[in-house]
Design a protein around this ligand. Structure first.
Ligand SMILES: *[C@@H]1O[C@H](CO)[C@@H](O)[C@H](O)[C@H]1NC(C)=O
Length: 381
């Protein structure tokens, strides 16, 4: 039986190989959890169309993002990856009709390459999530919360940054939460250093597996908060600028501008998340980024989205209803600051649905933490 299935799989694989390019094969394999379901839901009727469009779209993609490839072979391979991503964007569009999906600056990367280079949330060990200390957030009252709220309108959110080709999302999520908490406490927005965490934070889970923050190879926001409590705090972005790769630690304690005194982990509950957001400032959150590679704008609300968390981002606000094509019901959403530059998504931001019918979409509610208390440095430049 097992051998029969094996032979069947081999035959299917051979067929696939004959039908599709190597790139399409590797991308569908790398897509993992979402793909089999998607193939079931959506047929492949538009495959040929996409293939025809691909050449023209690819040429304009190259111009728009200034791509040059090593040689003709590399270009041909990248075009096949691009074509596979066009098909994938169409599937995403059908599964996620309230958002717009299409060509992005990541369109010549396989999902595997994309995941390895532009995300960076390491897998937490179950017991080690909160670094051993008690950090469970107290339950906050939720009555009287505003219908719409956006920390950008209150000056608590700095410019959109770009993690580049480095799995350091976790450090941007962490710095964003601290920038916000520091602003709430001092009225001053300090843009803080991710590179300090990339170079110097090797804090580990307080569990037997001892998984640790490790620069461009991934990390977690909660362990980064623990590191910041122990090390004393963060320098400014200006003092310790982003390099996009791991270097030796050049942390200078005398240049700390923001310190974490305590942080808390918020339960998987939309109302508690909203209440903590309004009270403590932008929140460090994790999400499944499967739909983000093709995201252009709108409120993302995929019918099917895995809850395996692979990307750290910053929750800065929420809205009661998103703009959407008239035929779709408008949906309430979270506003998320990403770290892929302003030339991705809605000027660097992502919207994902929330509300009683769309709880924890793509795992967005399941790993949320906030800086609840800070020290501020007396030193002024
Ligand atoms: C830190 O915050 C948690 C709640 O998230 C609280 O239980 C704990 O007592 C706080 N620790 C300190 C030292 O204030």
């Amino acid at each position: 039986m097992a051998r029969h299935r094996h032979r069947l799989a081999a035959a299917a694989a051979l067929l696939l190989l004959l039908l599709s390019s190597a790139a399409a094969l590797s991308s569908s394999a790398a897509e993992g959890e979402e793909d089999p379901l998607i193939e079931q839901v959506v047929g492949d009727g538009e495959e040929e169309d996409a293939q025809l469009d691909a050449e023209a779209h690819f040429a304009s993609f190259e111009r728009r993002f200034g791509r040059t490839y090593r040689d003709a072979g590399e270009r041909a391979y990248r075009m096949s990856v691009f074509a596979a991503n066009l098909r994938r964007a169409r599937r995403h569009q059908r599964l996620d009709p309230t958002a717009t999906h299409g060509v992005t600056k990541f369109s010549d990367l396989t999902p595997g390459e994309f995941r390895d280079r532009f995300l960076g949330l390491r897998r937490p060990s179950l017991e080690g999530l909160v670094g051993g200390e008690p950090h469970e957030a107290p339950i906050l009252p939720t009555d009287g919360l505003p219908d719409d709220f956006d920390w950008r309108e209150h000056g608590a959110v700095g410019p959109v940054k770009d993690q580049g080709s480095c799995g350091s999302c976790w450090s941007f999520s962490t710095s964003g939460a601290l920038e916000g908490a520091h602003f709430l406490a001092t009225g001053k927005l300090e843009v803080l250093s991710e590179q300090q965490m990339v170079d110097c934070d090797h804090e580990c889970d307080a569990s037997e597996s001892r998984a640790c923050d490790s620069g461009c190879n991934g990390g977690l926001m909660t362990t980064a908060f623990s590191y910041l409590m122990k090390s004393g705090g963060l320098q400014s972005e200006k003092d310790y600028p982003y390099a996009g790769r791991e270097n030796t630690c050049k942390f200078d304690k005398s240049k700390i501008v923001a310190q974490v005194k305590n942080f808390s982990v918020i339960s998987v509950n939309e109302d508690q998340i909203a209440a903590n957001l309004v009270k403590h400032g932008p929140l460090a959150i994790a999400i499944n980024a499967a739909y983000m590679q093709t995201y252009i704008g709108g409120v993302s609300c995929p019918f099917i989205c895995g809850r395996h968390l692979d990307h750290g981002v910053l929750l800065v606000g929420y809205g009661s209803a998103g703009y959407a094509p008239i035929r779709f019901k408008e949906k309430p959403y979270w506003i998320i600051k990403n770290s892929w530059g302003e030339n991705w998504g809605e000027k660097g931001y992502y919207k994902i649905c929330r509300g009683p019918h769309d709880k924890n979409k793509c795992g967005v509610d399941s790993m949320v933490s906030s800086v609840t208390a800070i020290h501020t440095s007396k030193k002024e430049e």
